[in-house]
Design a protein around this ligand. Sequence first.
Ligand code: PMP
Length: 287
Amino acid sequence: MPREAYVNGRYVPHAQAAVHIEDRGYQFADGVYEVVTIHRGTLIDEEPHLNRLERSLDELRIAMPMSRPALKLVARELIRRNAVSNGIVYLQVTRGVAPRDHKFPGHARPALVMTTRQMKPHSTKLLEDGAKVIAVPDIRWARCDIKSVSLLPNVLAKQAASEAEAYEAWQVDADGFVTEGSSTNAWIVTGEGTVVTRAVGQEILNGITRISLLKLIESHGYTLEERAFSLEEAKAAKEAFITSSTSFVLAVTQIDDTPVGNGHPGILTGKLRRHYFDFMDRAGDPI
Ligand code: PMP
C-alpha cells in the first residue's frame, strides 16, 4: 500500500504529492504547522495542538483551511490509510497560492497539507546514555511563540548539533539565558530538586508536551519554577531534559563539554518520562 498524503482536498500518493510553486509557504514561509504524536493509533493532545494551530493562524491573519471537525476527520482518515500505529501527523497551513507579492493576496485560499510518518521508539542507547546538547546563539525573530514554518535558524542550529554529534542545540539569548532547543523545550532540575523551565512569552514556543508535563508535575506534587535559567546554571544543574511531541521527555546528560550531574540520565527525569508515557498510554486523557 503506497503511503498517502493529503494535499488541498485530495488524498494522493506521497511520492507525487506537490503544491504550486507560487504557494506562499514556498515563496515566503508564510504559513504555520503542527506535529501531533500518534501513540498506539491515537492522537495525543489533539485539542491543544488544534488550539495552538488556531492561535498561530490568528496571529498571522490566515483563516482556518476547514473546520476543526473536518481537520480531525482528515487526520484520522490519513492515519487509517497509512496504517500508522506510532508516529506523527504533520499538518501545514499556508496563506495559499498567489502571484508573488509580499503583501497579503486579496483572494488566496489557505492551503492545507497533511502527512503521517511511522516512527521507531528511541534507541536503547539514547535512553541509557541520554542526549548531548550544544549551545548556540538564539538568532531567531521576536515571535517564536508562533509555530511558523520559517525555521532557518532552527535548521542551522540542528545542523550544528548534528555536526557536533549532539542530539539537539539549546539556543541562548543575548543575556545568556537558554530559550529553547531547535525543536524542543528545555528543562533543568536544580540541586534542591526543583524542576525549572522558561516561562512562556514571545521568546519560545509553548510546547504541547511542555503544557501536559507541567500538569503532570503539578499533579504529582513536584516543585516547579517557570523562569529563565542561564546556560551556566544548566551546566551546573543536577539533571536536564528536553520535551517535544517526538522526543517526549528525554534526558540531557551533556551540555557542550560539560556532563550534567553524574553524566547519566537523572532520576527525576526518568520518573517524568514514565509519567508522560503513562499519560500517553491512557490515550491522552485529561490530567
Ligand atoms: N520549541 C520548538 C522551537 C519546537 O519546534 C517544538 C516542536 N514543535 C517545541 C518547542 C516542542 O513543542 P511540542 O511539545 O508541541 O512538540
